[in-house]
Write a protein that binds this ligand. Structure first.
Ligand SMILES: Cc1cc2nc3c(=O)[nH]c(=O)nc-3n(C[C@H](O)[C@H](O)[C@H](O)COP(=O)(O)O)c2cc1C
Length: 183
């Protein structure tokens, strides 16, 4: 499937974003539970596709993307209880040696406002070797979407943030900086 603009939050597992071919080939591989990491992945894809051939790939749908044909690999995961998604951790462990040979960007989506905790969450998500080698790393914000949370999640988040009003805090400037390092 080839699309030039994507707005849907329910995507098939593999999408090529461009109609033209560019010399730089980039794949954005992500997981997302409530859709915000996917939204950030799409925003990154929309910016990069002006100069890169971009493919979006969701690990939620059990895709096993072959990254050998891509120059740049971008990985994104949400943070729940301080940790990256299991699927992203397994993907990174399985493909670490080939990822270390690529230009990479590593991002996490989360809502913790504490900069030290954000750094810690990035460290928990991706190995030291991957972080050291990455061209870009970033904590790119997130959202609390109460209407999509299960009972347990609503209970926890309500206790922490003392409200049940949904809020989105995607850090657009951090997204811009992140993309700028991968252009
Ligand atoms: C139960 C629960 C636990 C969470 N724990 C953390 C956390 O430890 N650190 C953090 O930065 N954000 C945390 N968040 C915020 C999520 O990372 C944020 O909602 C993110 O946008 C989710 O991405 P997704 O929509 O792609 O699943 C938590 C959210 C929920 C609902």
């Amino acid at each position: 499937m080839r699309l030039t603009k994507i707005t849907s939050a329910r995507l098939p597992c593999l999408i090529e974003m461009n109609d033209q071919n560019y010399s730089m080939k980039t794949i954005i591989i992500y997981t997302s539970k409530h859709g915000t990491t996917e939204k950030v992945a799409i925003a990154i894809a929309e910016k990069l596709k002006e100069t890169h051939e971009v493919t979006l790939c969701s690990l939620n749908k059990n895709a096993q993307p072959d990254i050998s044909n891509f120059d740049t690999v971008i990985l994104g995961t949400p943070i729940y209880a301080g940790q990256a998604s299991k699927k992203m951790k397994v993907f990174c462990q399985t493909h670490e040696s080939i990822l270390l040979q690529k230009k990479t960007g590593l991002f996490v989506c989360g809502m913790d406002p504490d900069k030290n905790k954000q750094e810690q969450e990035l460290s928990n998500a991706y190995s030291e070797a991957l972080r050291k080698q990455a061209a870009a790393t970033g904590f790119l914000g997130g959202a609390f979407l109460f209407e999509l949370m299960n009972f347990f999640e609503r209970f926890i988040i309500k206790r922490i943030v003392k409200t049940t009003t949904s809020v989105e805090r995607i850090e657009n400037e951090a997204v811009e900086r992140f993309v700028g390092k991968l252009m």
